[in-house]
Design a protein around this ligand. Structure first.
Ligand SMILES: [Zn+2]
Ligand SMILES: [Zn+2]
Length: 386
């Protein structure tokens, strides 16, 4: 791929990306970001609907010049994180406590680049919808867009996503045939007993002992009850109780997260978690209040769609290698909500040897933006070939 044949040229992509990077906005607050997306779409005479997904989402639509046909969706997330940036670059975040530490500035740029390229040369039949989705981080903007009627208003037979991937070399990609990212659940458990003088434990019910026993028992749910070939994580990340040397506290609060790739396993773990709580609370005579929240489902690629993505990536001159056997990540991704409703695939594009995602020293690699644009274009032309 020579620079002269690339549209938009890499310098324009870098300018867009660094502008987004300077002005990061977190979940559902992406007003400037959304306005800039719309501005670039307007400059290139691309049709769009703005104000989606709670207000800051945008869907651009491009029809091929070869008439009616199939319809697909390409999705980028546009939000930043509540992190203070550590990078000393001239385009560093201008907003304290806000940072594009997951590369969504790059994802937005690549999808905009694809929109401009496809609009200039719509050498396909049918329709491509380019989905600029807010609030990927923790807030589930993907779910909001789906519930709002994304797939009814913009019918598509498949939907595709991508994420830059630190640690994967520039020029490499990874495509999974099934699970790519794990589900993400959180829990809060409050155990209440009878507090008492620490010198007379027999007069109370010791919630600290009970909670310790429970935490131990929970480890068995993954190590003993989950089949060894399946993946699950149950992490107790908070344990709060007491504030005196000589008082056994009345309450203890535990919090944490559960992650799996399989919905049945997830349901089983939640049920066994409840069984363990009931047994512990019953044995120690405690009151248990358990709040278990399902946040994101697992992100599961359709093998057929994943194969198409891999084929397109393998044919790109800029991509040297497409991994088909990388382990999925126990991280999570709200593109899962779109894949629950519509088949498709989510691929990883190597970001090179950068800091990890969500690290204050992370930065999207501008060198890979043209690869992402080329991928979106090639995928569209391949899937919507006239
Ligand atoms: Zn992230
Ligand atoms: Zn991300």
């Amino acid at each position: 791929m020579t620079t002269s044949s690339v549209y938009p040229d890499p310098t324009t992509l870098t300018d867009w990306r660094r502008d987004f990077h300077r002005h990061p906005e977190i979940a559902f607050e992406e007003h400037r970001t959304s306005a800039r997306i719309v501005e670039i779409l307007d400059e290139h005479d691309i049709d769009y609907v703005a104000g989606l997904g709670g207000g800051t989402g945008v869907v651009a639509t491009i029809n091929g010049r070869h008439g009616a046909g199939r319809s697909i969706g390409l999705r980028a997330d546009i939000d930043a994180l509540p992190i203070d940036e550590l990078n000393d670059v001239d385009y560093r975040s201008t907003t304290p406590g806000r940072m594009h530490a997951c590369g969504h500035d790059g994802h937005t740029t690549m999808l905009l680049g694809a929109a401009c390229a496809l609009a200039r040369d719509p050498d396909f039949a049918g329709t491509v919808h380019l989905i600029f989705q807010p609030a990927e981080e923790s807030e589930g903007g993907g779910r909001v867009m789906v519930e709002e009627g994304l797939f009814e208003r913009f019918p598509m037979e498949a939907v595709y996503g991508l994420h830059n991937w630190p640690g994967l070399a520039v020029g490499e990609a990874a495509v999974h045939d099934g699970a790519v990212m794990a589900s993400f659940d959180v829990f809060t458990l409050r155990l209440t007993g009878r507090g008492c003088h620490a010198a007379m434990p027999h007069l109370g019910t010791d919630v600290v002992l009970a909670a310790c026993q429970l935490v131990n028992q929970l480890q068995g749910l993954v190590s003993r009850e989950t089949p060894p070939h399946e993946s699950a994580v149950l992490s107790v990340t908070q344990f709060h109780a007491g504030d005196a040397y000589n008082v056994l506290p009345e309450t203890v609060e535990l919090r944490g997260t559960v992650r799996t790739f399989d919905a049945d396993l997830k349901a089983r773990l939640e049920q066994r978690f409840r069984d363990a709580i009931d047994a512990t609370a019953g044995f120690h005579g405690l009151k248990a209040e358990f709040d278990y929240q399902t946040r994101y489902p697992a992100t599961i690629n359709s093998p057929v769609h994943a194969a198409r993505c891999a084929e397109v990536l393998e044919a790109l001159p800029a991509i040297d290698r497409v991994h088909r056997d990388l382990a999925p990540s126990m991280g999570s991704e709200d593109f899962a909500f779109m894949l629950e409703q519509c088949p498709g695939a989510y691929v990883w594009l190597g970001n090179g040897d950068s800091a990890a995602l969500h690290n204050p020293a992370y930065d999207f690699n501008d060198a890979i933006a043209p690869f992402g644009v080329a991928y979106w274009q090639a995928l569209t032309r391949q899937l919507l070939s006239a």
